[in-house]
Design a protein around this ligand. Structure first.
Ligand SMILES: [Zn+2]
Length: 207
């Protein structure tokens, strides 16, 4: 794929001039329709006759996607303090900090829940394990991409989960089991998740 840069020249059909024109690549703010948002600093091919935008190269699509992206979802879930402690053990195990790790782990599990029904079913079962049943005197605040949350919550409801707190508790229990800091009857740690947990733990650093 050719990567264009500012000042490069090409040709294209200008809708305004109604003919084949020479174009010059330039960075512009592009206004999108539905949703009506502006994407700044987008590389576009501009008609050298009238200044009309003739084409937007493929390399600019991530900037357009970024502008269309919905605001992150933010919510708080009440979780048992013991689960908070379990996450502390997970953090210790991988020499990570608890602060920030809890949310990063939750985001990863929710990402998988949204794509994998078997994981969703497992999380639901874990949400009803003894580990998840303590008093909700701890708190987890979480921010994640709206698409990730929508997919996860849709799948969670499909497998019969009723509340967001149920989903989050299940995720926390799963992380504790997968990192081997807690056990639940009949539940084995998932080696795939354990690897992912380690990767997340070492790459999460928040002060
Ligand atoms: Zn033109």
């Amino acid at each position: 794929m050719k990567l264009w840069k500012e000042g490069d020249r090409s040709r294209g059909v200008c809708e305004h001039c109604r003919r084949l024109v020479e174009t010059r690549f330039d960075r512009r703010t592009v206004t999108l329709k539905r949703p009506r948002v502006s994407a700044p600093d987008v590389l576009v091919a501009v008609c050298t006759q009238c200044g009309n935008i003739v084409a937007i190269p493929y390399q600019s699509t991530p900037r357009l996607h970024e502008a269309r992206r919905k605001a992150p979802v933010r919510f708080e879930a009440r979780i048992p303090k013991e689960l908070d402690d379990a996450l502390g053990l997970v953090a210790d195990k991988f020499s990570a900090r608890l602060h920030g790790l809890d949310a990063a782990l939750a985001r990863y599990y929710l990402h998988v829940v949204g794509r994998d029904r078997r994981t969703a079913v497992r999380i639901k079962a874990l949400a009803h394990s003894i580990l998840a049943q303590g008093k909700g005197n701890g708190r987890l605040s979480l921010r994640l991409e709206a698409d990730t949350w929508d997919r996860a919550w849709t799948m969670a409801r499909q497998v019969g989960m009723k509340t967001k707190s149920e989903l989050i508790r299940g995720v926390m229990v799963a992380a504790a089991i997968d990192a081997d800091v807690a056990t639940a009857d009949g539940e084995k740690p998932s080696p795939a998740f354990r690897k992912a947990l380690e990767a997340i733990a070492v790459s999460t650093l928040t002060s």
